[in-house]
Design a binder for this molecule. Sequence first.
Ligand code: SF4
Length: 389
Amino acid sequence: MNQQPAHNRISYSQISLFQKCPLSYRFRYIEKRPSKPSPHLSFGTTIHRVLSRFYNEYDGQFPNFSLLESLLDKNWVSEGYTSLEEELQWKKNALIALRNFYKNTDLSKKLPLEFEEWFEIPFPDFTLVGKIDRVDRTNNGRLHVIDYKTSGKLQSYDQVKKDLQLAIYYFACRYKYKEDPEKVSLYFLTQDEIVSAELTEVEIQEAVNNILETYQHISRAIDENSFNANVSKLCNYCDYLEFCPAANRTTQVQSLALELPDTFEERFRQYLEKLISIEEDFERLKIERENIERELIAEMERNGEKKVKFEDFIVELVEGTRYSTNESQLIETLKKHSLFESVVNINIRALQAILKNESIPEYVREEIQGQIQVNEVVKKIRVTRIAEQ
Ligand code: SF4
């Protein structure tokens, strides 16, 4: 039985989270706050489950793609999607990922040496634990470590060489099989790309030193109950942003940009300047968005594309239609067939204009006014440049 305290079993996820932000490590691993459900998380869990069960069910017969489809249905994790539409889009992405996997996997060959297997490597003060997605034997009879990626950008060869998780898996294979892998790979399933690298002894030693050093930092943080917050733009993706005091304080200060001055006039100026600059940015971004959209449409048309899969995105050329009508005749036709009311929406602004229009008889305005109820008074700010009034 393992006698070490819980934090003495360290995984790559723990190391990586502590390196990103020690405070988020405390939230997850000390306070045991759950991570927020999200499409990326559910999608990743689903694909990993499907691929591991696929190999479990593989009985030596060449399997049909329908096996993957039915495993996808059975193992789909439905948490974290904000709408059915969003979920269906992710399901389409899952099918793309599985098709890529099916196309690239030679199932007439031997099964992987292992898939989704746990390892434990004892170090003097702790045990390094983890699970490797897949280990194959190459044609040369050497080990090949594969980690499935279901989100994030494609990585370069240099990034794969520096990937701490892959180095840990390499080290785990050395410990378990007493032999060094020929190569390690990240398999980007939705992008259909495999990026592989051979690791050198220097790179493995650097990774081990990194693990030892991070373990020392984690131990010290736990002993002293002191976990620094690393506030950065990555906070926007943190599961604990909502209740993180450090990030919220910074966000508030950033949103007001500065400390508030003492006088009403100065405070007013500060708020107003911020509001105007947001409005200007908004207008500029709207124009920028339209220009970029136009460029994208032109690019896609030049290439004869209607749908482009690019990294984590699918860009589609969607055709909308603008109409013009002969309004008076159309109204007559709709009225004749008793359909006018189904296309008319009450426009409160137009109504307000009628109520202000003195050429409309008083009794008509009163009758209209009598049918409008005020449900709620909403306070808003309207800013108009004096020259525009
Ligand atoms: S919100 Fe930012 S500072 Fe707070 S725990 Fe998360 S990453 Fe750390």
